[in-house]
Ligand binder design. Structure first.
Ligand code: TYD
Length: 143
């Protein structure tokens, strides 16, 4: 599965007394321009969200506080990545089914996306997703 786990640039002061600061630059650290940022919060441990794929959006997922499991499915294989540090980023291309599971109360999931919000570019039914992936594989242009 073609996904990219990146190290997000992180700066600490010499004494590590004033906390950390992490930063990402559009088109330099991630392969797209950011059009939208959103974040999910006030979620209890054990809650699952997602259950969809995107037709167009590239996304960077990161968890600045807490721990969240990201289960990814490209229609052929599945992979789980745990975001449990502010310096881990997950770059996702379009066409990946995802389920996010909160591993700690109040963990925050931040997403930087390549497109504006459009409910029509979501695939919310898993069987539709499998059909979509299959049709693109035949055409050979799904990343
Ligand atoms: P959704 O993407 O369904 O979240 P999740 O898959 O994690 O449950 O979004 C939840 C709601 O928020 C849905 O009603 C659409 C709305 N929404 C926006 O209006 N703009 C956005 O950029 C996003 C991401 C969601």
């Amino acid at each position: 599965m073609d996904i990219d786990v990146i190290h997000i640039n992180t700066a600490y002061d010499d004494d590590q007394k004033y906390g950390g600061l992490s930063f990402v630059e559009s088109s330099k650290d991630i392969p797209f321009e950011i059009k939208r940022i959103y974040y999910i919060y006030e979620v209890e441990k054990g809650i699952k969200r997602g259950f969809h794929a995107h037709k167009l959006n590239w996304q960077l997922l990161f968890c600045p506080y807490g721990a969240i499991d990201i289960l990814l499915d490209d229609g052929v294989e599945r992979k789980k990545i745990t975001l449990d540090s502010p310096s881990i980023g997950l770059v996702l291309h379009p066409g990946l089914w995802r389920v996010m599971t909160w591993q700690r109360d109040n963990s925050i999931l931040c997403v930087a996306a390549s497109e504006y919000y459009d409910p029509n570019e979501y695939i919310r039914d898993y069987n539709d997703f499998l059909k979509y992936v299959k049709s693109y594989k035949i055409r050979g242009d799904l990343i």
